[in-house]
Design a protein around this ligand. Structure first.
Ligand code: S3P
Length: 175
């Protein structure tokens, strides 16, 4: 398929942006960019190492710069880190440079998906397992207003990856 605008996948950590993004891009044979993976490669550090080395504020600057650079490149499916829409004017920027798809999931669903990989996510790595759902719920209170501005919202609770991919493909085919 020929993609003529960027498709930004947004949503909380664990919402499936990378998994779903890779599958959409391979089905449609269009380029895929994972912003966190790009940052890790360019900075020569994992995301937790980068947070430790430069702090969250500098990480957000690095993230914004990478977003701007890749959004100026050839149209692709671009999966963003969970915080991207919530800093600077990133949401506006994505809006002006393509379409955004919010992969939406409930705090309970996210907590169950994230409990295995907390170590790789600096913002939740020190949260006890039993507090994870409420911690996510409170982060989502701040973040949801940004995510909710997405061009399209895809509910993922209770849906298989196949179903979510299908829904996203239906959206991309309308572009
Ligand atoms: C973050 C999400 C992470 C990563 C960093 C910060 C966030 O990406 O960018 O740990 O602020 O929600 P994923 O959403 O891919 O886990």
């Amino acid at each position: 398929m020929f993609l003529n605008i960027h498709v930004f996948l947004i949503g909380f950590m664990g919402s499936g942006k990378t998994t779903i993004g890779k599958r959409i891009s391979s089905t449609l044979d269009v380029p895929f960019i994972d912003l966190d993976a790009i940052i890790e490669k360019e900075q020569g550090k994992s995301i937790p190492e980068l947070f430790d080395a430069v702090g969250e504020a500098s990480f957000r600057e690095i993230e914004r710069e990478a977003l701007h650079r890749y959004a100026k490149g050839i149209p692709c499916i671009l999966s963003t880190g969970g915080g991207v829409p919530c800093y600077f004017d990133n949401m506006e920027f994505m809006f002006h440079n393509g379409v955004t798809i919010y992969l939406k999931a409930s705090p309970l669903e996210l907590a169950s998906r994230l409990s295995a990989g907390q170590e790789s996510r600096p913002l939740i790595k020190n949260v006890g397992r039993e507090n994870l759902p409420s911690h996510i719920e409170s982060m989502l209170k701040t973040r949801e207003p940004f995510y909710a501005k997405a061009t399209f919202i895809v509910e993922t609770d209770g849906r298989s990856d196949d179903e979510v991919v299908k829904h996203c493909l239906d959206i991309v085919h309308t572009l």
